[in-house]
Design a protein around this ligand. Structure first.
Ligand code: ADP
Ligand code: MG
Length: 603
């Protein structure tokens, strides 16, 4: 039976006309969505020159009859709706019967298609809406559409296309939006004969891993916790990043009824759930899937829009925020070692072992178990990997850089720092000559280490310097946080917080440590609490370290700040006075040496 019928004009007009195909990415979206609508289980995307030359989608879906194949390219030809009211309760994606008609109007299309029940398939070639070939062919079940020379007959449009790099990025963005909601369908993405993505069918989690991770080791997804909530109005499930694994650049995805959506208001809900848990400009990554009655949303019918309006956005906001909070709360109460990840980490040689691997620099003072069991996956800076930072690549016949434990402390001496030249590089590093080479100092880490030591000292002597706040702030706490904050109060006051109990579950803050002047007190305090809770600080020594570390991170000069020469000298001078100055408390490199040998070898 032929299943395509023409939409009445009234319906067609009701549908936002607009331009369906603006760039290769919109073409890809339409073709892949058609394949999904056709029930495909395996979809291959083959692209040449970012879609400028060809864009081909091969599926194993239902295929089309000979008549349908021809009809598919007519405007408003669709097998998917009959009536305007269907538009509003629609769950399939392509519903306009416009995509293929638009695509074939601006390109050269070649399609082969066959249904399972047919012996032979149909080959169809259309150039700018003109059918140039239609014949019987032999082909596998499914549909194979190749779109060549997009916009060949619309020079203005073709000129409008951006660089291949940009168009390829657009293609991939569009592709991600789709593949993340269809984990049970396997996808391949090939660009100029290179396989960029090979995504086997699996679970949502496996799909996320396959797209964003770089191995089968679940290193990427183990940085996430699961969210799950079901209410009458909406059910939400998915994954949100553990606060400690947040990065500056986040992957943020909302999907509604299997469609990607942008939603700044709901983004705010997620951010609010993290408040106080993320430092500086770190952003939470998340993959959140909403399911709800299509009647309760207004899918903007314009095909290129990704905004979706919900009937009751405020309630969804609350539900979402609570769900993410709960997931994060559950996670922070759980033990922090992630066994998924653990087996895959290269555990460094324990410091007390003789240096059998001479290429590896070992910091004798570094104890990987100092911060309890927090193991970071490899997309974020890792404690473990930082052990190897600054070590020359071990390729070929290059001699390993002179980087031995006994030299750990020797590359910078206080007397050398007094008068030496200093440069700043990249808004991030201080460069200066040292013993045996060029010394690179990470400015933010260096300053954090200095401040940390100074805060610890102030805590020891109870001599923090307080700065009165212009406007007192109120810290509201959950029962759990209240229990957490009690033992910290004397130390928080010692370091310079003017903090008084206001009601049984809130505190007023009138002053902050002077070094934090100008910053809001609440995020810092909340950050301290979350660090204490996550890292587990049971003794005074431990929570003092958390307090000092958090304050130091917040007060330290950020990356990107231009430093004057006296500032640089001050930092380096103070840094070398620390008992351990080459690495942070959790093992990250602060100071690295580019040896004379390495420099000379370059010439
Ligand atoms: P719409 O998807 O909105 O119906 P399109 O122009 O994208 O409009 O497609 C027109 C029709 O062609 C679809 O309704 C469907 O019946 C058929 N079709 C398109 N692509 C495929 C495919 N890959 N497999 C099977 N049928 C397809
Ligand atoms: Mg379609």
């Amino acid at each position: 039976m032929d299943i395509i019928h023409l939409l009445p004009d009234s319906v067609a007009n009701q549908i936002a006309a607009g331009e369906v195909i603006q760039r290769p990415a919109s073409c890809l979206k339409e073709l892949v969505e058609n394949s999904l609508d056709a029930g495909a289980k395996r979809i291959q995307v083959l692209v040449r020159d970012a879609g400028r030359t060809t864009l081909q989608v091969i599926d194993d879906g239902t295929g089309m009859s000979e008549t349908d194949a021809r009809l598919a390219f007519e405007r408003h030809a669709t097998s998917k709706i009959r009536d305007a009211k269907d538009l509003f309760s629609l769950r399939t994606m392509g519903f306009r019967g416009e995509a293929l008609a638009s695509i074939c109007a601006v390109s050269q299309v070649e399609m082969t298609t066959r249904r399972a029940e047919d012996e032979t398939g149909t080959l169809l070639e259309i150039h700018g809406s003109d059918v140039v070939r239609q014949e019987v062919c032999s082909c596998p079940v499914g549909t194979n559409i190749k779109v060549s020379n997009l916009f060949f007959n619309v020079p203005a449009r073709r000129k409008f296309l951006k660089s291949d790099q940009t168009e390829l990025r657009n293609l991939l963005t569009e592709f991600y939006h789709i593949v993340l909601v269809y984990p049970k369908v396997s996808f391949t993405f090939v660009h100029n004969d290179e396989i960029l993505l090979e995504l086997p069918a699996g679970t949502e989690k496996q799909r996320i891993e396959a797209v964003f991770g770089n191995s089968k080791r679940n290193v990427y997804t183990s940085a996430f916790v699961e969210v799950h909530t079901e209410t009458e109005m909406v059910s939400i499930h998915g994954f949100v990043v553990k606060p400690e694994n947040a990065t500056r650049k986040a992957e943020q995805y909302f999907f509604v009824n299997s469609r990607y959506m942008r939603h700044p208001y709901f983004l705010k809900a997620v951010q609010t759930a993290y408040s106080g848990m993320l430092t500086n400009d770190y952003q939470p990554s998340f993959f959140l899937y909403f399911d709800l009655d299509p009647e309760a949303i207004d899918v903007n019918v314009h095909p290129t829009k990704t905004e979706i309006k919900f009937a009751d956005e405020q309630t969804v906001f609350q539900i979402l925020m609570a769900a993410v909070r709960e997931a994060l709360g559950k996670f922070t109460l759980a033990p922090t070692i992630d066994f998924d990840t653990q087996g895959n980490i290269n555990i460094p040689v324990p410091p007390n072992q003789p240096a059998q691997q001479p290429r590896m620099g070992l910091d004798p003072t570094y104890n990987p178990f100092h911060t309890r069991g927090t193991i970071y996956p490899d997309r974020v800076p890792s404690n473990w990997s930082s052990l190897y930072e600054g070590i020359a690549p071990t390729t070929g016949n290059t001699q390993p850089s002179a980087f031995h434990p006994q030299q750990e402390q020797d590359i910078l001496r206080a007397e050398d720092v007094e008068n030496c030249p200093l440069w700043q590089y990249g808004g991030k590093y201080i460069l200066l000559p040292g013993a045996g080479g060029l010394v690179l100092v990470n400015q933010h880490r260096a300053h954090t280490a200095i401040l940390r030591a100074s805060f610890l000292e102030q805590l020891g002597h109870r001599q923090g310097v307080m700065q009165q706040l212009l406007f007192p702030e109120v810290l509201e706490l959950s029962q759990e946080e209240l229990a957490l904050v009690q033992p910290l109060l004397p130390d928080l006051r010692a370091i310079g917080f003017d903090i008084e109990q206001l009601t049984p579950d809130s505190y007023s803050i009138q002053g902050v440590p002077a070094l934090l002047a100008g910053q809001s007190a609440l995020p810092t305090l909340q950050h301290i609490l979350s660090q204490v809770r996550e890292r587990g600080a049971d003794t005074q020594a431990e929570w003092r370290e958390q307090i000092a570390q958090t304050l130091a991170e917040n007060a330290a000069i950020p990356y990107g700040r231009t430093l004057t020469e006296p500032e640089m000298r001050d930092i380096v001078t103070k840094l070398v006075q620390l008992p351990v100055y080459r690495r942070t408390a959790d093992g990250k490199t602060i100071v690295s040496l580019l040896s004379d040998e390495e420099i000379n070898k370059r010439f």
